[in-house]
Design a protein around this ligand. Structure first.
Ligand SMILES: Cc1cc2nc3c(=O)[nH]c(=O)nc-3n(C[C@H](O)[C@H](O)[C@H](O)COP(=O)(O)O)c2cc1C
Length: 160
């Protein structure tokens, strides 16, 4: 299985998590700034990750390079998502960027895998929640940092 992990990151937290995930699955970790359209298409599992900024927005590099994702042919492709956020300071827009990525890849025909339970989080609302589950891996390095690595391990075990 070939895996590309494409991420955006302002402060480095999401970059570090993308590297960790890529290492665990022997995949490539690619900053969305450097990603080509082919990086979205040339793998058997595509993993996309973004922190949430503003009040429920995608990270700025994602916004600037969204054209590559919009142009990618994802019909029938397996895509998994992860999002970083802060549920205490932003309880009403927790990991919303993951919900934005979800809608974009579903529009492009992707099959999203790796939904997770919302138990263990204290947020109030998230657009990354659909039918009571997160559409991918929700991480909070700011207020639940000790849970990050166990959550990554459990998620990867479910994906493989
Ligand atoms: C100005 C600002 C706005 C933020 N807005 C949100 C938000 O709406 N929802 C959320 O879950 N996290 C929000 N966060 C938290 C970040 O998503 C979180 O710290 C993330 O781990 C940062 O990742 P990075 O270091 O890769 O940039 C915000 C952080 C800042 C500084």
């Amino acid at each position: 299985m070939s895996v590309n992990v494409i991420y955006g990151s302002d402060g480095g937290a999401t970059k570090g998590i993308a590297s960790r995930i890529a290492k665990r699955v022997q995949g490539r970790s690619i900053d969305v700034k450097d990603a080509t359209r082919s990086d979205f298409e040339s793998c058997s599992l595509l993993i996309l990750g973004s922190p949430t900024y503003g009040n429920g927005d995608l990270q700025t590099d994602w916004e600037a390079h969204l054209g590559k994702l919009r142009a990618a042919e994802l019909a029938g492709r397996r895509v998994a998502l992860f999002g970083t956020g802060d549920q205490e300071t932003y309880p009403e827009s927790f990991v919303d960027a993951m919900g934005i990525l979800y809608d974009l890849v579903v529009e492009r025909g992707a099959t999203v895998v790796g939904f997770t339970d919302t138990a263990g989080y204290s947020h109030i609302a998230s657009t990354a929640e659909r039918d009571g589950r997160f559409v991918g891996l929700a991480l909070d390095p700011d207020t639940q940092s000790s849970k990050t690595n166990p959550r990554i391990e459990a998620w990867i075990a479910g994906l493989l």
